[in-house]
Design a protein around this ligand. Sequence first.
Ligand SMILES: [Zn+2]
Length: 450
Amino acid sequence: MNVTFFGAAHEVTGSCHLVDTGAEKILFDCGMFQGGQFNEQKNHEDFGFDPASLDAVVVSHAHLDHTGRIPKLVRDGFRGPIYGTHGTLELAELIWKDAYHIMKYNNKKTGDPVLYTEEDVTRAMSQCHAQSYRTPFSIGSATIVLKDAGHIFGSSFIELTSGGKTIAFSGDMGNENVPILQDSEALSPVDFLICESTYGDRLHEDERMRKDILLELVKEGVRRGGTIMMPAFSLERTQEILYMLDEMAEEDKTLPQFPIFLDSPLAIDAMPTYTTYTDYYDKDAKEKHMQGNDFFKFKQLTITRTVEESKAINTVPSPKMIIAGSGMMNGGRIMHHAMRYLSDPKSTLIIVGYQAEGTLGRRLYEGAENVRIFNEHIPVHCTIKAIGALSAHGDQDKMLDWIGSSGTAPQKVCFVHGDDHAATELAHKTRDRYGVKTIVPEFGEKVEVE
Ligand SMILES: [Zn+2]
């Protein structure tokens, strides 16, 4: 058995790893590459393998950088089954449709080519076969189990056994004690691990402080009297933030009343999935649900689905808070709010997720004084804050613990889904702690499972 890396090699996006069991070819994830452009040129290139030769695709979770090229894979000849949890596949379908609309919009504006058509999305949907957590299923000689990764709703890590060897793929590993989600499960004893390393060189703030930091930043922003912008990934961060804001409003009656806008059609469309699979909830969320407390609806919250409703936010006096995608500010409605409020010294931008190199979010995070949005020059005068503890990814300590969570560390660990520094540092730390072989594979590199 061997694994070849066709994405997320020395970078965070484009997750795509080909497992060859000797009898079957199984693809783990097929995500979009995302940097400064929503739809990077790299997405249009050949996969590096023949899509028609694949027996199956198994997806770890719905995020675009893990599923976004699946409709293209189908367009290019893949006809086999696509496996993932029920939550993952439902959300992936929303993500594909949303991405198609963004690409169509960009195509009209700039002529950028779209990656796939609506028909490709429909076809991909017809190839989806949803699975339950912890319930083994077969792909030829291989047995697959999906376990909860605690990263986003429905997210999993994948364990595959074939020919007496077991390999695992972390997908994206969640942070500890996040709202709504259960914590990530322990890894089984495996021979070989493909492991994400997004925050492989960083430690987050104490997660117990998470809500306090958010509350403080929001209060500060309200005191300044401006607009609080929160670019959020439509799946998960948004729902978790709403959950925390709802709790805040309930627990802290001194919190000034100000409107909160959820300005993300994708996040709004994802709500039914969150309310369907309540068995994915953690203990607190289950209790709230049992008590009939809908944590996605509260007094201050206004949902703005249409473009007109979104534009009307501008006319609402400050202070106000806007949660909008995209999370890395490389497209979506947040761009329009950023154009309006980045130059306002009273306003605040709160960054709550990973910002890839080349994105507007990253430039702002790094302190850019001027930025360009839709070819317009915008001076940055607002306050910019970031909360590491709100990240959807485990930090270095979490990853190191998880790698050894079965009691026996895998013999070989390949680090993907991290930039050079993060992947290399986590590889060194893993080698030092467990004495195992670590690799940071190159794009196209084939690694044997021993
Ligand atoms: Zn993810």
